[in-house]
Design a protein around this ligand. Structure first.
Ligand SMILES: Cc1cc2nc3c(=O)[nH]c(=O)nc-3n(C[C@H](O)[C@H](O)[C@H](O)COP(=O)(O)OP(=O)(O)OC[C@H]3O[C@@H](n4cnc5c(N)ncnc54)[C@H](O)[C@@H]3O)c2cc1C
Length: 472
């Protein structure tokens, strides 16, 4: 078995690749090494598990180890790849206190990303969490419950029982800090408010959800305040203070006493495994790959949160660690390694997030500085339009910002916010970017209309109409 397809990482990118490969090349072996217990889990659902919308941790699992085995995947949990030798074409694997060498014919690095906590001293204290993985979700959910409440089922085969039981014994908090106002911070603020907690969100910059642009950020900030969240904007947290456990958030202008803290200040790619190899990393620190997910070394691929992709608008490498990107690239690489090359696809930075009752979406380039750096002359317009025909109940004001290049008229990006199915409308813009549409072409799209779903002029079309006027 010297030419198996070896995959490092048993979640979205890794198992998508392994599944596709097993189907397309049943005569070759595929081995997946996963360092943890959990495989094929939905990070994206963890805030909703903490909130209580998703009842059981196991609801967040997709492909079970048994099903993986039925598909012909040799899945090895608790196996950490600790070294890669691209000359010898082997990986070194640590398992049960021992290491062994595994040859590969093709290698996929699908190691994901990790939550960063630095440079915030005290982020390692008990009661300070990041939201990355099912064990952290289980620990947070346990910490919110009354002792003896058994909110988390510790009989689940894989859960970190000791961690969950520790927090299950804590008295539930009354006041909690969320450090970081990105999408994880906003989703977690909603989850904590659902448990009746006093929630303080600290954001270093002036805006929550800053990649979504100003028009979204401002409406989200107002809405979070309406929902009882205490916002500390433009406020850098310098330390989490406490003895054995978190007792306060210290910031530039003072301190706020809290009983728990959730640190959501970003993620970084898990590419350090390749540090001693000739595999090249991109500027972001994630692995540089070509359109087929191939790295700079033959037979070595990378996909998902640990890899870059080409940006739809600029064509330059971009690091956008999101779920579809990981699944799609993994699947394509599985097919490519099986002998039928398939591009991994580009990324437009399409993202949606729920902020309590608001739906927010963004795609492409919205920021004018970023657009100029990419060689465009950006012009933007923000409009507000109804989400349904005015006479039909249930509609809401939907705000759309559209950004285009003045000279070519090409759509560069946009954002949207509203309560009534606003988020899914961003997919129209994602499609426009993928097709290099101009604002005039976007305005002429034949979008669907019926009063319960949309006004005659969909808010995206209204934005295109107004921006086209500016451009002309
Ligand atoms: C709280 C949260 C909410 C999110 N919400 C959304 C959302 O709404 N929409 C969206 O698009 N995306 C969302 N994401 C991002 C999305 O979950 C990721 O983009 C996706 O999981 C990436 O998949 P991946 O396979 O690349 O990495 P991961 O899912 O991180 O999997 C990598 C796996 O590799 C394993 N591994 C790492 N190193 C080694 C090693 N040396 N040896 C063996 N195994 C190793 C890890 O244990 C892990 O299981 C969210 C993420 C988080 C944390």
């Amino acid at each position: 078995m010297t030419d198996p397809f070896v995959v490092i990482g048993g979640d979205a990118a890794g198992l998508s690749a392994a599944s596709k490969f097993a189907r397309e090349a049943p005569n070759r072996d595929v081995i997946v090494f996963e360092k943890g217990e959990w495989v094929s889990y939905a990070h994206c659902g963890t805030p909703y598990y903490v909130k209580g919308t998703v009842e059981r941790l196991t609801d967040l699992l997709s492909l079970s180890p048994e099903k993986a085995s039925e598909r012909g995947i040799d899945l090895r949990r608790n196996h950490e790849v600790v070294g890669v030798d691209t000359d010898a074409e082997t990986v070194t694997v640590a398992h049960d206190g021992e290491t062994f060498s595994q040859p590969y014919g093709d290698l996929l690095v699908a190691t994901g990303a990790h939550a960063v906590t630095g440079p915030i001293p005290g982020a390692e204290l008990d009661g300070a969490f990041t939201m990355h993985g099912l064990d952290s979700a289980a620990a947070v959910r346990a910490a919110l419950s009354e002792p003896g409440d058994s909110a988390v089922d510790t009989s689940i085969e894989y859960v970190d029982t000791a961690l969950v039981e520790k927090y299950a014994n804590w008295e539930p908090p009354e006041r909690i800090a969320v450090v970081g106002g990105g999408y994880v911070g906003v989703e977690m603020a909603e989850a904590f408010r659902a448990h009746g907690l006093e929630v303080h969100v600290f954001q270093r910059g002036d805006h929550l959800l800053s990649p979504f642009g100003e028009s979204v950020c401002e409406r989200v900030a107002d809405h979070l305040r309406e929902q009882g969240v205490e916002l500390h904007l433009g406020c850098s947290v310098t330390e989490l203070d406490g003895g054995d456990r978190v007792e306060a958030v210290v910031h530039e202008n003072g301190r706020v006493d809290v009983e728990l803290a959730l640190v959501g200040i970003g993620v970084a790619p898990n590419s350090q495994l390749l540090a001693d190899t000739p595999v090249e990393l991109g500027e972001s620190g994630a692995v540089a790959v070509d359109e087929y997910g191939r790295t700079s070394v033959d037979n070595v691929y990378a996909a998902g949160d640990c890899a870059e992709d080409d940006h739809t608008v600029t064509g330059d490498p971009a690091w956008v660690p999101l779920g579809l990107t990981a699944n799609r690239a993994g699947r394509a690489i599985g097919q490519t390694v099986a002998g039928d090359p398939e591009p991994v696809g580009e990324v437009a930075g399409t993202a949606v997030v729920k902020a309590f009752e608001l739906e927010c979406g963004r795609v492409g380039i919205i920021d004018h500085g970023e657009a100029r750096e990419a060689g465009f002359d950006p012009v933007s317009r923000t409009i507000t339009a109804g989400s349904r025909s005015g006479y039909y109940p249930g509609g809401d004001e939907t705000t759309v910002t559209l950004c285009a290049d003045r000279e070519s008229g090409r759509v560069l990006g946009g954002s949207i916010v509203g309560r009534d199915r606003a988020a899914v409308r961003i997919d129209t813009l994602a499609t426009a970017l993928e097709s290099d549409l101009t604002v005039a072409e976007l305005e002429r799209l034949d979008l669907a209309y019926a009063p319960p779903f949309s006004p005659v002029w969909d808010p995206i079309l209204v934005a295109a109409k107004v921006l086209r006027g500016d451009l002309e």
